[in-house]
Design a protein around this ligand. Structure first.
Ligand code: ZN
Length: 322
């Protein structure tokens, strides 16, 4: 078994690229421009390193904010390796039976999206461990998503290398691995959650500012409904959104091009927005049996609840009339 700590940097669409973005088959959250990785030795100490710059194809113009954050320059990217070749070299370097360790789930989501948009296989990324979950379970820091910087500070790991460089962040994450208990049993416990319903990471996630005041209208917002199949780009057809609890809603979505085998599941999490009255995070997953079963049971429960409510209303209404 190979354990590889992975960190990615990605570019975003600049304003001028919106037309180009629209031509993409689906919402590409970011285009990978740098791969950084550190192989862990048997005792989980840092070993060989891998670093590569990638020439972007869909968002060729380096976003000013990303340039500032990463220190990468436009001319560095021009000299970069195209994604398909870079990923082939990276896969060869990783070897067979590789489990990826990342800080958070963004890197894996981004990797899988980028593989998809290039029509490349992503099965080899299935064994994956989000170190944030291990960190939260093994420290008294109270859960939630912490930055790599905060986690390194917690363990007093010196941060001499510039952050937001894929290799530097992979090195930092690898140093963190030494402070965590990553016995084989721990890795087995946390790795590969894709078998669970809504296993992380989602295929896509995006934020929407919601204008309507009534929550029942949220689901008809353009930015929610105009979601495309990550495989062929066809617009997805959504089922009714069902409340799972409080501010979390679940739906199923279907690509008409593919029919039954390509079903998706959408999750919407609402919060009070900063700019709009409401803010939603929409997440898109592959819908397996578990997601479909969950949706079916929610639908059943919610219909039952509605019937009960109608009955009560009808009864009290009748009383009020007499
Ligand atoms: Zn499709």
């Amino acid at each position: 078994m190979n354990y590889v700590v992975l960190d990615l940097e990605w570019n975003q669409a600049t304003n001028g690229e919106t037309a180009q973005t629209a031509m993409l088959p689906f919402r590409l959250d970011g285009e990978i421009i740098q791969i950084g990785a550190v192989r862990l030795k048997a005792d989980f100490s840092p070993g060989e390193q891998f670093c590569m710059l990638i020439k972007p194809r869909f968002y060729p113009q380096l976003h000013g904010m990303i340039a500032k954050l990463t220190g990468i320059r436009q001319r560095d990217l021009e000299a970069g390796t195209p994604f398909p070749q870079a990923i082939q070299q990276f896969q060869d370097w990783c070897g067979e039976n590789c489990t990826f360790f990342t800080w958070g789930n963004d890197d894996l989501r981004m990797l899988r999206q980028n593989l998809m948009i290039h029509g490349l296989e992503s099965v080899w990324t299935e064994n994956w461990l989000n170190l944030q979950s291990v960190f939260n379970a093994q420290t008294d820091t109270g859960g939630g998503q912490k930055s790599l910087k905060a986690a390194m500070e917690y363990f007093n790991i010196p941060q001499e290398l510039a952050a937001h460089n894929a290799l530097n962040d992979a090195i930092g994450t690898a140093l963190l691995c030494q402070r965590l208990n990553l016995a084989k049993s721990v890795v087995a416990q946390y790795a590969g959650k894709s078998h669970q319903a809504f296993g992380e990471p989602p295929l896509q996630s995006w934020e929407v500012g919601l204008r309507p005041k009534k929550s029942s209208l949220f689901f008809y917002e353009k930015d929610v409904l105009e979601t495309h199949c990550p495989v062929c780009g066809e617009r997805l057809v959504f089922d009714r959104w069902e409340r799972q609890n409080g501010r979390r809603f679940v739906t199923l979505a279907r690509c008409q091009n593919h029919g039954a085998p390509l079903e998706y599941a959408g999750v919407m999490r609402l919060s009070n927005g900063k700019r709009a009255p409401w803010q939603a995070v929409v997440l898109l997953y592959r819908a397996g049996e578990e997601e479909q079963a969950l949706y079916k049971s929610l639908k059943g429960k919610n219909r039952l609840r509605e019937k009960k409510r109608e009955k009560i209303l009808a009864e009290t209404g009748a009383k009020g009339g007499s």
